[in-house]
Ligand binder design. Structure first.
Ligand code: ITT
Length: 194
């Protein structure tokens, strides 16, 4: 079984990736390798920040590594919170703070279209590659559900009457931004290591 490092400090992302890949790849976390650092996300794109994180962890660990930069874009707020999704309500904020701020900013807006984006940067040796996933939906008027993390309680994907937080993890992963990006990575790894 191939071993990959997932360069993240977000336990929810780690849990999702292990749910998706656990039976096919051994997924190590930074903590498993005794790595404990934050990467400054100084780029203004998901691609740029995913690569920054993947490079930092790959060079610290010297093994194949991937990182995920992801977030929520809304039409009515010109793409916000976007790359600032994790810290939308300020440094050290909680998921609940972010959701509260988003609903406040969206109050009275009739355009509620939004999308989750995930960009995975994968590094092996000198080579890097990107894999991407998007899921379109709507921002609800109030939070619903308790599964998942982050903005899941206020994101209702198109074609569903439930938010991500009202779905089981298998259903979310089957068409989520992260599920799509990860399946593209797996396809690449499977093809290039056949
Ligand atoms: P790492 O950089 O250590 O991986 P992070 O949480 O800081 O962790 P990002 O900078 O990529 O990661 O920010 C992603 C944020 O976008 C995340 O904290 C959530 O607020 C939101 N997000 C991403 N994917 C999500 C999902 O599947 N469901 C709900 N919210 C999500």
């Amino acid at each position: 079984m191939k071993t990959l490092l997932f360069g993240t400090n977000n336990p929810n992302k780690l849990g999702e990736i292990r749910e998706m890949l656990g039976d096919r790849f051994q997924i190590l976390s930074p903590a498993d390798l005794g790595l404990d650092f934050e990467v400054d996300e100084t780029e203004d794109s998901f691609h740029g920040n995913a690569l920054l994180k993947a490079r930092a962890y790959a060079s610290a660990a010297g093994m194949p590594c991937f990182a995920d930069d992801s977030g929520l874009e809304t039409d009515a707020l010109d793409g916000a919170p976007g790359v600032y999704s994790a810290r939308y309500a300020g440094p050290g904020c909680s998921y609940a703070d972010n959701v509260e701020k988003l609903l406040r900013e969206m109050q009275g807006k009739t355009r509620r279209g939004a999308r989750f984006q995930a960009v995975i940067a994968y590094i092996e040796g000198e080579e890097f590659r990107f894999f991407q996933g998007t899921v379109e939906g709507q921002i609800t008027e109030a939070p619903r559900g308790s599964n998942g993390f982050g903005y899941d309680p206020v994101f209702q994907p198109d074609g569903y009457d439930r938010t991500f937080a009202e779905m089981g993890p298998e259903v979310k992963h089957s068409f989520s931004h992260r599920g799509k990006a990860i399946r593209a990575l797996v396809e690449y790894l499977t093809a290039s290591h056949a």
